[in-house]
Ligand binder design. Structure first.
Ligand code: ADP
Ligand code: MG
Ligand code: MG
Ligand code: MG
Ligand code: MG
Length: 443
């Protein structure tokens, strides 16, 4: 599907669209938009919509603030949850400078740069299938989110009466209307936790899809009086939400990771891609797991990874190679969580894998045992190291990984690290209720 400017202008008229949202994502993964009335559509498709970049966190300073939105015409779609009157459509945009050059701080541009590098190496397509998990919580009388789940509240209302399940079904229907192919949707391990899997696609579109997915989930939850959150670990002692990222490289329509003659049916490139991911995964963590809270998910016992390892089966491994071969051959990275900026996440994942291929890296031996059951000595003996234990450690690992820094580019890297350091410092200096409960009487 490739829309022309004329197609967009015609569809806006024919479908009676009244508003157009020009969307882009800031470096911290927040979806932003400039709303236009339909009368502005010609200006919009001609890349003439300007906005003030200095009002977006981590973008530019006041003195260089005029930026332009160049819409990706193929991203045009109407929001199915809006009423038939006053319809709203969106266009996902690239951010450009006033002089017509791409803005280096645009996360979508960061991903495009790495995709170009992959093409230069002969890999025409990087396919990505994300598995984003989320919680649906009840809201209180003021509409504020609680941590009460529906499953608990209505525990005798099974099946179709469960409000969470019916909301998830509505989300799936809306996504299908927006062109998603939903492969599976199911309740997750924790009460109130859900997963919706949509079919893999080329990485830029996959990242766009993740942003659309989060918007759809949040919007439809709210319409149903619930609050959806992609916060990685909303409740202590209960499984957190991850975003397993399934990846494969294609060349001329063929999956490069598959090699029937290779060990376990995997190609040399696949092993090098795994090795590259393992080599850079600590440096990538501040991007794949960007919040203070992200590190509360990465603890033993909940199928979330903590240690650097790969396996063809083991779900305690950081990287799993699902049994499927042929076109479905893929590498599943299990550390990312859905609070990450998907453009930056996929950019650093691809760059790490390509680095492995370029340098002909080989991964360490597969770990088939349950790593959670090993003690530190057993892990040390096998050379299994751990992911960063906190956002602070992750920032330090990022600063020490030149490939990840270069992938982000100095503008994004500097602003990102500055923002994350501030976030860590805010957290570090707060006094939590856990501390008070633990210390106020005994000391
Ligand atoms: P799991 O067994 O880990 O729960 P799921 O079935 O929930 O896995 O999700 C698998 C994801 O992998 C889906 O999004 C699917 O489209 C995606 N996928 C399938 N084949 C490929 C491929 N070749 N490259 C990338 N992703 C793929
Ligand atoms: Mg899954
Ligand atoms: Mg599955
Ligand atoms: Mg899951
Ligand atoms: Mg998975």
């Amino acid at each position: 599907m490739a829309y022309t400017k004329e197609d967009i202008i015609r569809m806006v008229k024919e479908e009676d669209i009244e508003f157009i949202r020009m969307q882009f994502t800031d470096i911290f993964g927040q979806l932003k938009n400039v709303a236009l009335t339909a009368s502005q559509i010609e200006k919009a498709v001609n890349n003439e919509i300007m906005f003030d970049g200095s009002s977006i966190e981590g973008f530019v300073r006041i003195d260089e603030s005029d930026q332009y939105l160049y819409p990706d015409l193929d991203s045009f779609v109407a929001f199915p949850w809006r009423p038939a009157h006053g319809k709203v459509a969106r266009l996902i945009c690239d951010v450009y400078n006033a002089d017509g050059t791409p803005f280096v701080g645009d996360p979508r541009g960061v991903l495009k740069r790495v995709l170009k590098k992959a093409r230069d190496m002969g890999f025409d397509t990087f396919n990505v299938g994300p598995e984003a998990e989320f919680f649906l919580f009840q809201t209180d009388e003021e509409g504020k989110p609680t941590t009460k789940t529906n499953d608990e509240a209505g525990y005798f209302d099974l099946g179709p009466l469960d409000h969470g399940e019916s909301t998830r079904r509505e989300i799936c229907l809306a996504l299908e209307q927006m062109g998603f192919e939903i492969e599976a949707s199911h309740h997750e391990v924790a009460a109130g936790q859900h997963e919706i899997d949509f079919k893999y696609t080329e990485a830029l579109k996959a990242a766009d899809n993740i942003m659309t997915f989060k918007l759809a989930v949040k919007t439809l939850a709210q319409k149903n009086g619930l609050h959806a959150t992609f916060m990685p670990k909303p409740i202590f002692g209960v499984a957190g939400s991850g975003m397993h990222t399934n990846m494969s490289l294609f060349k001329n329509g063929e999956n490069v990771f598959c090699d029937p003659k290779g060990e376990k049916g995997l190609s040399k490139e696949c092993y090098s891609f795994i090795a590259g991911l393992l080599h850079h995964v600590k440096g990538m963590a501040a991007v794949t797991n960007p919040l203070v809270n992200s590190y509360k998910r990465l603890v033993p016992g909940y199928e979330a990874p903590c240690y650097l390892s790969w396996s063809a089966s083991n779900r305690s491994a950081l990287i799993r190679i699902p049994a499927t071969r042929g076109q479905g051959t893929r590498v599943e990275l299990r550390s990312p969580d859905p609070s990450c900026n998907p453009y930056l996440e996929l950019a650093v994942c691809l760059a790490a894998g390509l680095d492995g291929i370029e340098k002909g890296m080989t991964p360490p031996a597969e770990i088939t045992e349950n790593i959670y059951a090993m003690d530190e000595d057993a892990r040390d003996a096998r050379g299994i190291s751990a992911l960063p234990g906190s956002l602070e450690e992750a920032i330090e690992a990022l600063e020490a990984d030149q490939l990840v820094l270069d992938t982000l580019g100095s503008h994004v890297a500097e602003n990102y690290i500055e923002g994350k350091r501030k976030e860590w410092d805010e957290y570090r200096t707060r006094v939590s209720s856990w501390e008070r409960e633990k210390y106020i009487i005994n000391y």
